[in-house]
Design a protein around this ligand. Sequence first.
Ligand SMILES: CSC[C@H]1O[C@@H](n2cnc3c(O)ncnc32)[C@H](O)[C@@H]1O
Ligand SMILES: [Zn+2]
Length: 439
Amino acid sequence: MSEPIDLLLRPTWVVPVIPDRVALKGHSVAIRDGAIVAVLPADEADRRFTAKEIADLPGHALIPGLVNLHAHASMSLMRGIADDLPLMQWLQEAIWPAEGKHVSHAFVRDGTALAADEMLRGGITTCNEMYFHPDAAAEAFAAAGMRATVGVAVLEFPTPYAANADEYFRKGLAARDKWQGHPLIRFAMAPHAPYTVSDDSLARVASLAAELDCPIHMHIHETAHEIAESLSQHGVRPLARLARLGLLGPGMIAVHAVHLDAAEIELLASQGCAIAHCPSSNMKLASGIAPVAAMLDKGLTVGLGTDGAASNNRLDLFEEMRQAALLAKVSTMDPTVVPAHTALRMATLDGAKALGLDHLIGSIEPGKRADLCAVALDTVNNTPCFDPVSHLVYVAGRESVAHVWVDGEKRVEKGRTVLRNSNKELIGIATMWQTRLEC
Ligand SMILES: CSC[C@H]1O[C@@H](n2cnc3c(O)ncnc32)[C@H](O)[C@@H]1O
Ligand SMILES: [Zn+2]
């Protein structure tokens, strides 16, 4: 008797990520109720299962959906407003004034919808998000059918969203309560950075994260200026201050972590922290180069993030995989560091681990949710293909993403998102916001 399933995917290669360094040729993936039931040779699958739907994917590599470990999705509405500046000038002279004028629930909902569309089309199925109006971001991610961990943003300074830290906590936690139990949406604590959050608020973040059992998502050691300022204001480097306040631990996702000495890498590793490496943002803002090879050497979990579209300016994890691999090599003068399979693992399983979601996503294994991405490698540029993982990282861009599923539901078909009404509608919304920002 054959077993009923919802969907059988028959790609040329399955790149499961677990086991590591494997590309299974001529295998199928069976999916029922949004979960992966089996990964097995295609002929066995044909005998064992009766599928409601079969997708033949010749020339495609099936990979886990990509995990964007650091984003500010709705900043897509500010893409290109301030290029070619260092971080603090970019924030203080361009971004914070624009946010102070324009950011609202509608801005975040529309901007996140725009970003979710770009991310899904690029194979990203999960986003670790940090921005104002987390309720609006959750609304847009859920409507797009995308998985997200949305941050309870905490800053000390007033914005149109919140007047003070208390109000950031109150509004963020209310959003978390509202979305509890949603299959795709989770919450994290998201204190912005050591230089914008007080000791009292940071201690409150640590205790809430422990109580709610959620990650802490924070920009840490992004620039040399941040370290110098902390030394002059607090007498210690930011990480030492965070350690003293109880923020370091397995739930900590340290974004950027560009300026670390050897002892700090050891400290982060010994505390089980994870890193969100954002190579394009670090290069564009000239923040520096994160010591990724040394981090991996010490066993740190390092995922990949795009950061926002106002500093990257793309939400493209294929680009970040390639940049992460190249930057690690040139900064160490060692071409063996961050090989292609490591870059792919960083963009999938390691991001999932950092979010505490690796029991659900990050690899193609029975029991995990079916967050999957089919990449067409049957193009001229990708032929011949001796190793699909090499092409995924070094050749194929996000334009090669053909189909994407989240929780077993098709979200992208032949390169187009299926839930969005039309590109025209999204372009209309983005153009309306451009007119407002130009005023
Ligand atoms: C708490 S809402 C997020 C806040 O962060 C700002 N932001 C965007 N990118 C960066 C970055 O690379 N470093 C520091 N801060 C960043 C964003 O504009 C919001 O104000
Ligand atoms: Zn950021």
